[in-house]
Design a protein around this ligand. Structure first.
Ligand code: ATP
Ligand code: MG
Length: 139
């Protein structure tokens, strides 16, 4: 059965461009409820751990550098079928392939600076939410 929660990050260049408010509006209007949210900054070690699944990929070092380059917004979102529906709302990884009206189509700069992260499975949504939030930070 599909889970009800997913995890997102607004990536550094998108946060610093002040697109957070517009993106949160899209998230709420798509039917997601905020369960937890914070502004924080990843160390290189934390970014490396978060994206460890990609550590053999040629873009890994650049990705870790980028994701630790400035503040991000981390959030847990709730909705029926959350993981799949949020991936639809954000659009394809490469913004050149992202559908019209998606968050990445509207706000991504390029393949690396693609505006937001979204969990790719229920299992990873739990792991990623636990990476950022304690029980007392969730509502
Ligand atoms: P995310 O995990 O950030 O939600 P995704 O699941 O759509 O994105 P992944 O394949 O998990 O895509 O890649 C993680 C991130 O690594 C991408 O969002 C992007 O920032 C970066 N990335 C992926 N592929 C490339 C690539 N070929 N060149 C540069 N950066 C890439
Ligand atoms: Mg991914």
């Amino acid at each position: 059965m599909a889970g009800k929660q997913t995890f997102t990050m607004i990536k550094p260049s998108t946060f610093s461009a002040n697109h957070t408010g517009a993106i949160l509006k899209m998230i709420n209007e798509a039917g997601f409820t905020l369960k937890a949210m914070k502004i924080t900054k990843l160390s290189a070690e934390q970014a490396g751990a978060f994206y460890e699944v990609h550590k053999e990929r040629p873009f890994y070092a650049d990705l870790v550098q980028f994701m630790s380059s400035g503040p991000i917004v981390a959030a847990v979102l709730e909705k029926e079928n959350a993981v799949e529906d949020y991936r639809k709302l954000i659009g394809a990884t490469n913004p050149a392939n992202a559908a019209e009206g998606t968050i990445r189509k509207l706000f991504a700069i390029n393949l690396q600076e693609n505006a937001v992260h979204g969990s790719d499975s229920d299992e990873n949504a739990i792991i990623e939410s636990d990476f950022f939030f304690s029980k007392t930070e969730r509502f």
